[in-house]
Write a protein that binds this ligand. Structure first.
Ligand SMILES: NC(=O)c1ccc[n+]([C@@H]2O[C@H](COP(=O)([O-])OP(=O)(O)OC[C@H]3O[C@@H](n4cnc5c(N)ncnc54)[C@H](O)[C@@H]3O)[C@@H](O)[C@H]2O)c1
Length: 438
């Protein structure tokens, strides 16, 4: 692929409404992307069904939600949750009496990890166990779901799973260096990819972020045939990330966060959607803009690409709502600081020759460089300091709007999706936010 395939026009829903079902394949967190799609589906009158990844006991055993946790999760979703743990990945799986991959990672140290060899025979067996655990649980989930979806209903399966970072203290320290390390603390992201630790983590990302989408499509084949046989339509959506076109100067240009180690798994996710599409299944990966969520907070500086949405909103027509948003964002800045100043800083960052080298779409996801991390993390820290409080950032306000707009765009496009991989860029996000005011 040499260029992105952006969504071109505002879509509208012609298929989904009362009596139809949206299945959320992942858990719902307060500020995560899925909240926008849930909001759109609920507004259209759809019934919601959720799943859970389960919870881990202190000894690491995976269990369903307790009655109390289930009630809370169902209230949060506004729908029923099938209480069978669907935790993906194999970081905590092992043959009886043997070590899990997380145990193996915990044996590494911050000084030794780059040369620390992993037992690949054991890792491969753990992976097979984790995959079997997930697919077996998924079959049970599908059996329950079948009973919950009425004849004649149209269904959207919305995949939101992404993750796979092992919970070992040493990895958190390494991740901090790779995503935040400046100067002497800089750690090349390529050194992770080249290490055994990195190779294992990339496999785990594949399992959680990509392969779960394939398992979902496969495990729902019988249900899909039943729904379609009864006259209903079925769609699969997934959240991707593969950079975003944002306003840089006067033009929308593709840029990306670096280093996005999960990018290999996101490319795999796209290929799963393409394969399904080639088999006549309407599965679409929606590549979404950079925002701040529980999952993206690890990526220092990811929010830098979000700020120019303010300029895109003016370019796409502006209006009273946009003026108020600008004023609300301006009010979050320290005395004497203007939004224009922040936007100039982001524009200078995006057009810095060091950053322009990372604008190579075909080479994505590129490894980081020391100068690039200095700019990404440094500019992010400088901009945070220009706020009145580091707890209320312009990027938080904009993240909420992006979540809501992308939810509506994905929901609208699901009636007649244009293809298996679509980018939701700042132009369409801005148009959607403006259109809904009218
Ligand atoms: N935040 C961003 O900037 C951004 C940008 C583009 C795409 N996305 C994508 O949007 C989707 C939602 O992410 P988000 O940023 O809203 O954060 P989030 O934390 O709200 O969502 C992460 C999801 O992954 C699931 N998950 C995590 N680990 C899992 C595991 N081991 N097994 C099964 N499920 C697991 C969680 O249940 C949750 O549904 C992800 O696919 C993410 O990659 C995020």
């Amino acid at each position: 692929m040499t260029a992105s395939t952006p969504l071109q026009t505002l879509p509208s829903n012609t298929v989904f409404g009362d009596g139809d079902t949206l299945v959320l394949f992942g858990e719902l967190f307060g500020r995560g992307y899925a909240t926008g799609l849930i909001e759109a589906a609920r507004a259209a009158g759809m019934t919601l069904i959720g799943i859970t990844v389960g919870r881990r006991d202190d000894d690491g055993a995976l269990r369903p939600l307790t009655a109390e946790e289930l009630a809370e999760a169902e209230a949060n979703l506004g729908g029923r949750i099938i209480n069978i743990p669907l935790m993906a990945g194999f970081d905590m799986d092992a043959p009886e009496g043997e070590k899990t991959p997380t145990d193996l990672v915990a044996e590494m140290s911050i000084d030794s990890w780059q040369d620390h060899a992993l037992d690949w025979d054991l890792i491969n067996r753990c992976r097979a166990i984790g995959t079997a655990r997930f697919t077996t649980a998924l079959q049970q989930v599908m059996a329950e779901m079948d009973a919950m979806i009425p004849a004649g209903a149209n269904v959207i399966f919305a995949h939101t799973m992404a993750g796979g970072i092992p919970r070992a203290k040493v990895f958190l320290a390494i991740a901090n260096r790779i995503y935040k390390g400046l100067g002497a603390r800089y750690q090349p992201s390529q050194s992770l990819v080249d290490s055994d630790l990195g190779k294992f983590i990339l496999q785990n990302f594949d399992e959680v972020t990509a392969n779960t989408f394939g398992h979902l499509i496969e495990a729902s084949a019988a249900l899909r045939a039943r729904i379609e046989g009864e006259g209903g339509q079925v769609r699969y959506t997934a959240y991707g990330y593969h950079g975003t076109r944002i306003l840089i100067g006067d033009d929308y240009r593709w840029q990306t966060y670096t280093n996005y180690t999960q990018g290999y798994a996101k490319i795999r996710l796209e290929s799963i959607a393409r394969d399904a599409w080639d088999n006549g299944i309407k599965a679409t990966v929606y590549n979404c803009p950079e925002i701040r969520t529980n999952s993206s907070d690890v990526f220092a500086g990811i929010e830098l690409s979000l700020v120019p949405l303010l300029s895109a909103l003016r370019k796409e027509g502006g209006g009273a709502w946009v003026d108020t948003l600008w004023q609300d964002c301006q009010a979050l800045l320290a005395d004497g600081v203007t939004l224009e100043q922040i936007l100039d800083m982001v524009d200078a960052y995006q057009t810095d020759p060091v950053m322009l080298k990372f604008g190579d779409f075909a080479a994505w996801p590129m490894a980081n460089s020391a100068e690039q991390v200095t700019r990404t993390v440094g500019t992010s820290q400088e901009i945070v300091k220009l706020h009145a409080s580091r707890k209320a950032l312009v990027s938080d306000v904009l993240s909420e709007h992006v979540v809501s707009a992308t939810g509506q765009l994905i929901f609208g496009e699901s009636s007649a999706p244009a293809g298996p991989v679509l980018w939701l860029d700042h132009d369409l996000v801005a148009q959607e936010l403006i259109a809904r005011q009218g």
